[in-house]
Design a protein around this ligand. Structure first.
Ligand code: SF4
Length: 157
């Protein structure tokens, strides 16, 4: 919170958009300190997931995906961040339909995936989206999921 914004940007540069994120991180930490009196989020563990996520989303730069990442990776709660890979793979497989927005996909997928599977689901869908179910030219013929996949079936018609 007290670090220079340029120092923060330099530290997180490899993640991309470092300049933008640096300012928001600083602002968000300032908000947490102002609202809670100290820099900790453990109180969120006492709230239902949706309520806790809404609290985080009122912070600068925090949307549903970021809030879900905080829960999954820092607070170890079964929130399912839907990034571009998770969203694409879930739609192609037919788990969610094309009318489901990214925002709605968070709750929809969380309702379908058992809590203990949320972490591996998130991590493995990202890996699958990067390596096999790529945005351009998905490697469907090599894909272990092609027997279950709506996109693959439709392509065979
Ligand atoms: S079969 Fe193709 S579209 Fe379906 S999950 Fe595999 S790579 Fe993606």
């Amino acid at each position: 919170m007290s670090a220079d914004v340029n120092e923060i940007a330099a530290a997180i540069r490899s993640g991309g958009l470092g300049e933008i994120k640096a300012g928001r991180i600083k602002q968000a930490l300032g908000e947490i300190r102002q609202q809670r009196g100290r820099l900790e989020l453990d109180f969120l563990n006492d709230l239902p997931l949706d309520e806790a996520r809404d609290w985080l989303k009122q912070l600068p730069g925090v949307g549903t995906k970021t809030a879900s990442c905080v829960f999954l990776f820092s607070l170890r709660r079964p929130a399912l961040p839907v990034d571009t890979h998770v969203y694409r793979v879930a739609r192609r497989l037919g788990i969610i339909d094309d009318r489901t927005t990214v925002e709605k996909a968070h709750r929809r997928l969380e309702s379908l995936v058992p809590p203990e599977k949320v972490y591996p689901f998130h991590v493995l869908f990202i890996e699958h989206g990067r390596k096999v179910c790529r945005a351009q030219r998905p490697r469907c013929d090599d894909c272990v999921l092609n027997g279950l996949c709506l996109y693959f079936r439709q392509r065979q018609l």
